[in-house]
Design a protein around this ligand. Structure first.
Ligand SMILES: [Fe+2]
Length: 298
């Protein structure tokens, strides 16, 4: 019964989080979504006595959780349709990225990182990524207007380089604190232990990955929504033409293996024809899920 009880524990944590969330959203207590959540709470209370959970109850619980999950998704979609998220947190317009303020003083991380480095790193380096990203976005917007994409390769590179630079530094500043160090706790610690075995094993892996990055770059702990677990990656420079902190929605494989047998070396016709088979319904589903994840705009 161990794993059943683990599942119940997990659902209880999930249930609590949703309650807190609905409270923070000031959702009316008479709302249907609250009733369903309260119903789940009642069931959880009856099954949390050790050994009291049988398989039938478990199945009932699972279907109740599943239904609630759909309700929550609908809630988010409706909420986005009426634009509440964007009224609170407007999106960043083309070429309008800004340098986020540091969440602490320039000398706050001494002696680990000196004030001089922090000033240069933030005001010169990070600022130049913001400026470069804005410039790339504006040039690509001009290309869309004029239809002249002769420099699309150059501006896509700039978009990736400066975009990743801006987004990664924005994460980086907040990943550090004068009161930092020690070990994580709660759910993050549990997840780290689950995947890496222990916090020390994770730390060793991350440290070695960071030290071994070829040339310049980053060590990155990521969450993979697909495998539903953590992973450690290295990024050479800021990217290889990607923008970290973005989520792919529509992808087109242009490796030769994807078209060579049929189109030989003619990538152009393959790309042109490909538009006839795009599943926009799938892209939209990915978009609606991805859109639920929002950070403060800069
Ligand atoms: Fe940097």
């Amino acid at each position: 019964m161990g794993k059943f009880e683990d599942y119940v524990q997990e659902v209880m944590g999930w249930n609590e989080e949703w309650q807190k969330f609905l409270q923070s959203e000031q959702v009316d207590r008479d709302d249907d979504i609250w009733k369903k959540l309260d119903g789940l709470t009642d069931v959880l209370e009856t099954v949390q006595q050790p050994g009291s959970l049988n398989e039938q109850q478990l199945r009932g619980l699972q279907s109740q959780v599943e239904e609630l999950h759909h309700n929550m998704e609908d809630y988010f979609i409706k909420r986005q349709e009426i634009g509440t998220i964007f009224m609170r947190d407007p999106f960043v317009e083309i070429g309008k990225h800004t340098l986020p303020p540091l969440p602490y003083a320039y000398d706050a991380l001494e002696p680990v990182i000196s004030e001089e480095i922090m000033i240069l790193h933030h005001t010169k380096h990070h600022q130049s990524y913001v400026d470069g990203l804005n410039k790339a976005e504006k040039n690509l917007a001009d290309a869309r207007k004029s239809g002249d994409f002769s420099l699309v390769k150059h501006w896509s590179r700039e978009l990736a380089f400066h975009g990743s630079g801006h987004y990664l530094h924005t994460i980086f500043w907040n990943n550090m604190s004068p009161n930092g160090g020690g070990t994580p706790s709660g759910k993050l610690l549990k997840e780290i232990e689950k995947y890496f075995g222990s916090f020390d094993a994770f730390k060793k892996h991350f440290t070695e990955a960071a030290k071994a990055v070829e040339g310049v770059g980053w060590a990155v702990l990521v969450w993979s929504p697909r495998s539903r677990r953590l992973e450690i990656l290295q990024s050479e420079r800021h990217m290889i033409l990607t923008q970290w902190d973005t989520i792919p929605l529509l992808v087109l494989d242009v490796w030769e293996h994807a078209y060579y047998l049929q189109y030989k070396n003619e990538r152009g016709p393959y790309v042109d024809n490909w538009w006839n088979i795009v599943n926009w319904n799938d892209v939209e589903q990915r978009f609606l899920k991805a859109k639920q994840l929002t950070w403060k705009p800069y």
